[in-house]
Design a protein around this ligand. Sequence first.
Ligand SMILES: [Ca+2]
Length: 503
Amino acid sequence: MLFQLDMLWGGLLLMVATMSVAQQTRQEADGDRETLVVQHGHCRYTFLLPKSEPCPPGPEPSGDFSSFQRDPLATPLHPGKLPTQRVKRLEQALQNNTQWLEKLERTIKMHLRLELVEAQQQMVHNQTAPLLKLDISFLNQTTAQTRKLTDMEAQFLSQASRMDTQMLKTLLSTDKLEKQLLLQRQKLQQLQGQNSTLEARLRALEMKQQEELASLLSKKEQLLNALSRQSAALTNIELGLQGLRHNSSLLQEQQHQLRQQLVVWRNRMQERAKALAPAFIMTGEQVFQDCAEIQRSGANASDVYTIQVSNAAKPRKVFCDLQSSGGRWTIIQRRENGTVNFQRNWKDYKQGFGDPAGEHWLGNEVVYQLTSRAPYSLRVELQDWEGHKTYAQYEHFQLGSEGQLYRLSLGGYHGSAGRRSSMVLQNTSFSTFDSDNDNCLCKCAQVMSGGWWFDACGLSNLNGIYYRAPNNKHKMDGIRWHYFKGPSYSLRASRLMIRPSGI
Ligand SMILES: [Ca+2]
């Protein structure tokens, strides 16, 4: 019981404390109840309390708790029963107050909870904005960092891709080099094999050469012995020759005397031949094929004679040189003063033109007939404007027929007019300005003038234009012989003459 009283007083003290905290309190009386309104912050609390009745006089309690010792539900107490009734009322009042306090406590707790929730919400609201700002800032920083990382990753991937490509190329090149190395090794092995074979052959050759060298050395000793013997013999021969030279000088003197006698006899014979020459022509008893036959018949004077080639229709007058270089020459061409025009057509060169006693061309047809019946030699005599003379001689000379375009065939060249022939030796056809048979796309006879055995267009042309000194130089269409005076020097005189070979 005393415990319940303590609790009641505690609850009242709590209520008083609560009420003291309240900012505003209002009391209203309604019948046997009292309405108590408490303003706490924004909240207002209304309490319905039983109306208190006047308490019987008694000892006044001490302290400041007089207002809380009143029992609002107290009823008038009968004498004798006053303590018991009062206790019951107090117990009832306590019970009611206890219930009320519990209700009040629940209400307060509920409101406190609501306020707490609101306060938490407010706190959350107040703190959410800065947090959101922080989040956004952090998010922006994170995004920037993420971008940087993405860029770095892209760069890294790009570099990695490049390195992969380079590595792939390196691997390919390495593979290629390995293959080449393998091939080179195989070739090297083959070469080593060949080298060993060659070395073996070389050794065999060295052995053979050593044997031959030994043999040659022995032969050399034999030859040296023979040479010493021959040297001794030569010494004896030289001694004998010294004796013979004395006799030879005597013989030379006798030979010189004989030559002088021969010259005297030759001059006499020439004088006689000149005296008898008309008789050869006039008598007509003998027919001569060429000048060689004329000379063989006794004529010795170089002059114009008549010949009758076996296949020719009529006799021809020719100039015979019966004195130069053994004589017996039939002249077939002569240039000496430019009095005859050599710019002729094919027919003229075929039949011949000019005077046999002067400048003339004997004719391709008669030369063909002569050289086709017997082997002939050709001699070319040349003279420049400085007085130098030279010659070129061919031991074999023959012309083809007209059907063969008077094709030239030469051989056995020798002479002083150059170390090489200025005429093409074989298969060169004759050309004139109206018959182009040379080996040039051009027409050499028109470019070089005259008729000749042009090649393309060759190193000679003795039928070119006659140029007198000093206008004879730098002339491509003059009388040329390359290996005598060069390609553009026009000569002063020329002769072509033939005779049977073997004389
Ligand atoms: Ca031509």
